[in-house]
Design a protein. Structure first.
Length: 201
């Protein structure tokens, strides 16, 4: 395990720029990912609970590490008010960092609603839900929008964003979209909500 201070330093823009200028950025990333996790899994602790995350590539695992390291304060603030039995809504849940930790905090009597439209990301989310035995997580495969129908998103290895005119056509895919009120109609009201939808808030 890499110490937290070193992990934080590895995401410093100046350090990253120097590594790129020395043409060792890719080597440094591969080495960092190998040191981060020898078995392809990343253990995470937060607010007295823990979880394990797995992805399909070292770059994706480094992305999980970046979220946990660089968003630590936001992660803790978002989840700190959750109690056993609560419901947590995670719109744009990605690989499930917030959802899975929330699942632990709300316990068996609680409920987590994880919303993710991006198919490859959704597969990793579902794998992490199974890996952590989170039976209280309900996954919704769609994008939340102001109207139901379809929505064009541009994908890369670590997620998606709403289509822009500059996006390469091969990266654009159409996904199902639903109004949030419609999708959540029969579900419990959330005690806390996290929304990360790449500017489509």
């Amino acid at each position: 395990m890499i110490p937290a201070a070193v992990r934080k330093l590895s995401y410093n823009p100046t350090v990253r720029t120097i590594a790129q200028q020395l043409h060792i950025g890719n080597l440094a990333r591969r080495l960092y990912c190998r040191l981060l996790s020898g078995n392809g899994k990343l253990s995470v602790s937060c607010l007295g609970t823990s979880a394990v995350f797995s992805t399909h590539t070292a770059k994706q695992l480094a992305f999980v590490d970046c979220v946990v390291t660089m968003e630590r304060g936001v992660l803790e603030q978002t989840l700190s008010s959750l109690n056993p039995g609560d419901t947590f809504l995670d719109v744009g849940c990605h690989y499930g960092v917030y959802s899975i930790l929330a699942s632990r905090l709300v316990g068996r009597t609680g409920h987590v609603i994880a919303v993710e439209p991006h198919p490859p990301t959704l597969n990793i989310l579902r794998e992490n839900v199974l890996l952590n035995r989170c039976e209280n997580v309900e996954v919704i495969n769609c994008a939340f929008s102001d109207q139901s129908g379809s929505l064009a998103l541009s994908y890369n290895e670590n997620g998606s964003h709403r289509q822009r005119s500059s996006d390469v056509p091969s990266t654009v895919h159409v996904v199902s979209a639903m109004e949030g009120d419609e999708a959540l109609r029969d579900l419990p009201d959330p005690a806390a909500v996290k929304i990360d939808v790449e500017g489509h808030e």
